[in-house]
Design a protein around this ligand. Sequence first.
Ligand code: UD1
Length: 418
Amino acid sequence: MERLIIRGGRRLEGTVQICGAKNAALPQIAAALLSAEPLTLTNLPDVVDVRTMLTLMAHHGVVAETRGATVTLDASKATNAEAPYDIVRRMRATLLVLGPLVARFGRARVSLPGGCAIGARPVDFHLKALTALGAAIEIEGGYINAQAPDGLTGARIVLPSPSVGATETALMTATLARGESEIVNAALDPEVADLAACLAAMGAQIEGAGTHRILIQGGKSLGAARHDILPDRVEAGTYAVAAAITGGRLELTGARLEHLSAVGEALEAAGVQLWPTDRGLMVARDGALKGIDIVTEPYPGFPTDLQAQFMALMTIASGAAMIRETVFESRFMHVPELKRLGANISLQGTSALVRGVAKLRGAQVMATDLRASVSLVLAALAAEGETVVNRVYHLDRGYEALDRKLVRCGADISRVAD
Ligand code: UD1
């Protein structure tokens, strides 16, 4: 196991290249299962979650050829429709193979992903979507068994709330279901629209992706395609906080301000400047940080995936900040760890009240999940003295070369093996 040793207090300045979005890459890799012809994805981030998805693809019989940030997936010889517990337990997003498998092969057996550190995370909306399209579903021995021997039929799928993953399951599956499908209460996230663009490149007919109502004319087999994965807004938001927390200045090449509007507004209200450049986005802070309140919400609201990072920033802002989490029920594992660095935070149910302190001080902390871990790195960049972040494998699940990118902009970080 590796850990990061961070000596804080350095102002960051420079350029950070933003990678393709992990959360767009994962469903698009799964989408390769829908076609017998190759799908090439470019701008693929080199992160552990993507590698886990590729491991699962290999298990299904998909041949993947990776060259740098490009992967070509060939599912022409895929036959294995079972996703085993041993791979699924590593990452919940492996559930995204369920819909494509049943759509293409008429059957799938996928392990239940189980809970995770940030909450129960049920799969009922995914199953509801597949049932509406005509799949027979049974849960047995910790596995989801889905059957549709005569194929699927287009349907109206009403999602109880705009779940990102369930929208993606419904969208991918409906492309091979005969006739028209309608997804009502779809998630608006840019990653859903990017998946729709990838499916459209494969030949699917989709209207309304990026709105609450998506229409799909399905049933035709999909062909070969090449698609460029959109830039990672969560990675960009994380580096924006890195610039802000160190009173620095970073240009985030490839970042798109339009995908970060709620985050940009919150950062500006807190005293951070952001402006678009030819290459992406500039983020800088010269003045004082002010405490401001945020509420996480489905897109285009403030993303839950940037809540922990924003909380790290608020720990050194003047005044108080109320941070309310409404997407996941228990996404505050970073709170006790931030407190070890000297933060003043009190938890009240789904809200955290952060009272800014003049200084954070380095300590030993433990990474617990992907975004919680990165919030500790950010806090450590601003803390006086040395912080040791243990269990950094959580970070590597979703950030490509995080420590190297930060070091290039002036951070003092070393990665050491235990
Ligand atoms: C995706 C993102 C994750 C992000 C989350 C919310 C990927 C790979 N992951 O996760 O990084 O934090 O969106 O923006 O894209 N729910 C149900 N039943 C279901 C599905 C979801 O009750 O069948 C609930 C969840 O428990 C949660 C809420 O819906 O409270 C939103 O979850 P969802 O949007 O589905 O998140 P994911 O797609 O898992």
